[in-house]
Design a protein around this ligand. Structure first.
Ligand code: GLU
Length: 416
């Protein structure tokens, strides 16, 4: 029996690999293994039936050498401090890879949002925000959506923060609704970045996006938007899934119709004319592009060998373990690692923050153009490192990101 790895094991192993390649200063390596600050909070919430519940939440601030902490907040029953620490670390590397002036953070609340009403979620979010008040803010730490949080959650955070300040502070959080200072294109940005990266990888392999077959694991915000954009760009989306299972249709699904079906029934499963498949089967399908857009640790030593995709573009954070990376490399599967592939979300978060600070509102065209320039540049920089040093794309991305963070740490010096 292989011992299951946690997300933090994976993140620390990746850091170790990059540290070795970069010949990283041991002091800097040690510093980067640990978050700068982790805050654990007990969120007392009134339920709709009048009872109270206490949920445990946290905010982990990993590193802010390159700018304010930045990263999403997830609501999920399996949230742990270790997981959020790994996710915060990945945010540090991701912001550096995307070359935006932020450090990395992540927040999490251990709860099951599927079993909570809108009112309960609002009270939970506001109470959680009140507990983070001294630690977040436009120049300190800027939250955003993640698993099972959305633009509405961000609006509640903005309002709670603003109520305490006494004036409106839209720049304290990103991924907001457009009506309260959100950016055009933010809702789809992560997925647009994923599909742009898949396109760049396809170019390198001499594949055409038109009619490329795509399988997407996860039909939350990232997965659904990725399926939609891939479809709009002429790809054939042959399979999608959610936590209850997946569906497969060789001729290509219509993601819009599948979305309607999920809205009505709560899952993509049992969509007409499709074969129901498991999440494991989806990952192992014959296809050009596989987009894991669910949770961590989906592709491991146990199933990496069975992956038949030509390109894997990681919409989720940490879906692939280092052992699986090796297998991909041996099999010649082109991997676009998470800190590059899904960096479109935080990149447009940065655009949103800039727009809020300057009281501007850019057009969708402008946002999408700027996003494409940034992510294509990051892709090419990483690919170049990968070619020159004969490294995996993941290692190349870590070399670029961790190298930039280390440079900033050394330049700032150690106080006191
Ligand atoms: N949660 C997203 C991520 O993992 C977005 C973070 C952000 O926009 O700050 O990249």
């Amino acid at each position: 029996m292989v011992e299951a790895k946690t997300a933090l094991d994976v993140a620390l192993e990746q850091l170790r690999i990059a540290a070795e390649k970069l010949d990283l200063d041991p002091g800097v390596h040690e510093m980067l293994k640990h978050p700068k600050r982790s805050l654990i909070v007990s969120i007392i919430t009134r339920r709709d039936n009048g009872e109270t519940s206490v949920f445990t939440g946290c905010r982990v601030q990993h590193n802010d050498a390159r700018g304010p902490f930045k990263g999403g907040i997830r609501y999920h029953p399996n949230v742990t401090l270790d997981e959020v620490t790994a996710l915060a670390m990945w945010m540090t590397w991701k912001c550096a890879v995307a070359d935006i002036p932020y450090g990395g953070a992540k927040g999490g609340v251990c709860c099951n949002p599927k079993e909570m009403s809108k009112g309960e979620l609002e009270r939970l979010t506001r109470r959680y925000t009140s507990l983070l008040l001294d630690f977040i803010g436009p120049y300190r730490d800027v939250p955003a959506p993640d698993v099972y949080t959305n633009a509405q959650t961000m609006a509640w955070i903005m309002d709670t923060f603003s109520q305490f300040k006494g004036y409106s502070v839209p720049e304290c959080v990103t991924g907001k609704p457009i009506s309260v200072g959100g950016s055009e294109g933010r809702a789809e940005a992560t997925s647009r970045g994923v599909v742009l990266c898949a396109r760049e990888a396809a170019k390198l392999l001499g594949l055409k996006m038109k009619d490329a077959t795509v399988a997407v694991q996860g039909f939350g915000s990232v997965g659904w938007n990725a399926a939609k954009i891939a479809n709009d760009w002429g790809c054939k989306v042959i399979a999608v899934s959610d936590s209850r299972g997946g569906i497969y249709f060789r001729e290509g699904l219509n993601p819009y119709k599948v979305y309607e079906h999920k809205s009505k029934t709560g899952s993509v499963v049992d969509y007409p004319r499709c074969r129901n498949i498991t999440n494991e089967e989806l990952l192992e399908l014959e296809c050009d592009v596989l987009i894991p857009a669910a949770l961590e640790n989906q592709i491991t030593r146990a199933n990496a060998d069975k992956i038949k995709a030509k390109i894997v573009a990681e919409g989720a954070n940490g879906p692939t373990t280092p052992e699986a990376d090796k297998v991909f490399h041996e099999k010649g599967i082109f991997l676009v690692p998470d800190i590059l592939a899904n960096s479109g979300g935080v990149t447009v978060s940065y655009f949103e923050w800039v727009q809020n600070l300057t009281r501007e509102h850019w057009t969708l065209d402008e946002v999408n153009r700027k996003l494409e320039v940034k992510i294509v540049k990051a892709f090419k920089d990483i690919h170049k490192i990968s070619k020159q040093n004969e490294e995996y794309m993941r290692t190349a991305a870590l070399i670029l990101g961790i190298g930039r963070v280390s440079e900033a740490i050394k330049t700032l010096g150690l106080w006191p």
